[in-house]
Design a protein around this ligand. Structure first.
Ligand code: NI
Length: 136
């Protein structure tokens, strides 16, 4: 039986959207107040979706306690209460848009899940704006 299990998490982080190859005017034109050089914060909400076959011995798809630990280590410990541009290695040269953050969460988590599972990550930057990777 194929099924999906979801786990929610959240973190608060600061960022600035900025392309260093552009002038301040162009950055303002494209990113608006998100290019504020003094940074700004978001309450990010995360939904992690794991899909696969239920283990007939346990009745579980995945042990949620294991999934919780992976999310804590790979997402919360890395990003929570951080300035993403300054403190997080992967965003030193990568604009921390919701798209890039979502992809990096997937990339950081993927090696810690057994290959038999499919992993999909949905990230809410605001209650109305969210992104998903891989695209469905
Ligand atoms: Ni922002």
């Amino acid at each position: 039986m194929k099924i999906s299990v979801f786990r929610k998490a959240h973190f608060n982080a600061a960022h600035r959207l900025y392309n260093p190859d552009w002038s301040d005017e162009k950055n303002w034109e494209v990113f608006g107040p998100c290019s504020n050089p003094h940074y700004h914060g978001h309450n990010y909400e995360l939904e992690v979706k794991v899909t696969g076959e239920v283990n007939p011995e346990t009745g579980f798809l995945i042990n949620l306690n294991d999934l919780k630990k992976i999310i804590k280590r790979e997402v919360e410990d890395r990003y929570d209460h951080k300035n993403l541009n300054i403190e997080v290695e992967e965003f030193k040269n990568l604009n921390p848009t919701a798209e890039h953050i979502c992809y990096m969460i997937w990339k950081n988590m993927r090696p810690h899940l057994e290959e038999k599972y499919e992993l999909q990550v949905r990230l809410y930057e605001t209650p109305r704006n969210f992104v998903e990777y891989p695209a469905s």
